[in-house]
Design a protein around this ligand. Sequence first.
Ligand code: PEP
Length: 254
Amino acid sequence: MNKNLRKVVIAGNWKMNKTATETKALLAEMKEKLPQTDATILLCVPAINIGTAMESVKGTAINIGAQNCHWAKNGAFTAEISADMLNDFGVKYAIIGHSERRQYFGETDETVNKRAKACLESGISPIICVGENLDEREKDITKDVIRVQIEKGLADFTAEDMKNSIIAYEPVWAIGTGKTATAQQAEEVCAYIRELLAGLFGNETAQAVTIQYGGSMNAKNAAELLAMENIDGGLIGGASLKAEDFATIVSCAN
Ligand code: PEP
């Protein structure tokens, strides 16, 4: 499959930012500034603001997503949120295994796998994050790290599950640091991820999967990154909190 036939997904990760009132204000600005596009536009907001955000974007092309999701259907998991709860709000996408979840909340490839499968069972596309840290890049073991994250994170996935999932390649050293991977560095790893997917699910499936790059993507570097053959979108933190910058990134995807 040609890059042009894959779904382009430009996703914002608002992390733990914006109150409900601020969410409404920023979404109002986004609605004004975002250009017409064939790309899927997604903003993953804090869970408590999903309802407010859904109301605010009603009738527009903006999708509202989640930043995490528990693997159990329901039960004694205080403060957690299930895929069915997200689905009931109309959520179609959830970020799973973000490096901050792995770093600060003990997320592992095994829990990433369980959470992603729970999403798929409830009709939600997981955006499964993988990426090496600085030490691993300097030791030249990036591909080994990515291979393990992909193999374990996607354990027992069917080809259909894979087609309903998105992979986000996010080098940890580039997240929130202002240090972006070069377009060549990002493309090399995204191409490797597609190669791994081809080995696991066959080439037809691998060619259909949207692979995003994330890590200090901004209004200045987005065009070059998004032009790469195996980069089909972005997962954007800081720049997704500024309507003007996010709008520029979306326009680069056109
Ligand atoms: C992220 O949170 O996934 C991210 C890529 O953040 P930033 O764009 O700020 O580096």
